[in-house]
Design a protein around this ligand. Structure first.
Ligand SMILES: [Zn+2]
Length: 151
């Protein structure tokens, strides 16, 4: 931490205590170069992953929303709640960018389901992709049937 007065990096903490009911740590520091004192606050930063919606609106990523979509696709399929929770709640850690489009989230979820269960995958696909006709949906399923995901 550099001294805000002389910019020297030779500063030390002379006292630290909790502030804002434990939400922050207040540190009193002293500069060894100019002898002046200053205060710093350390607090946890919650940087939310933002979703870029097709409508151009932005929304904070909510793992519960992703989870409920996955649950619908996986209804009565041999996939545990734990598997879905791990994916939904681990999702933010996998994403290295501060923003993601709703399409990308859908694709990642599809990828995840593809490895788990074909039926859940197709269900999710039918909701996620806006098929304009039943024919196109059937075509997509045929493609999957011709190229089985699992041997
Ligand atoms: Zn200084």
């Amino acid at each position: 931490m550099n001294c805000p007065f002389c910019t020297s990096d030779d500063t030390k903490v002379i006292n630290s205590r909790s502030a804002d009911d434990g939400a922050a740590i207040r540190r009193r520091r002293e500069c060894a170069n100019c002898g002046r004192r200053f205060t710093t606050y350390e607090r946890a930063q919650f940087e939310a992953l933002m979703i870029n919606k097709r409508s151009k609106r932005k929304e904070v990523f909510n793992p519960e929303k992703l989870l409920s979509k996955l649950r619908i696709a996986c209804n009565k399929r041999p996939i545990s709640e734990k598997q879905l929770r791990e994916f939904a709640y681990g999702f933010e850690d996998e994403i290295q960018t501060p923003e993601i489009s709703s399409e990308e989230i859908g694709l990642k979820a599809l990828h995840f389901l593809k490895d788990l269960d074909e039926v859940a995958y197709i269900r999710f696909l039918s909701v996620y992709r806006d098929f304009d006709s039943v024919d196109r949906f059937i075509e997509e399923i045929k493609q999957i049937a011709d190229n089985p995901i699992k041997p």
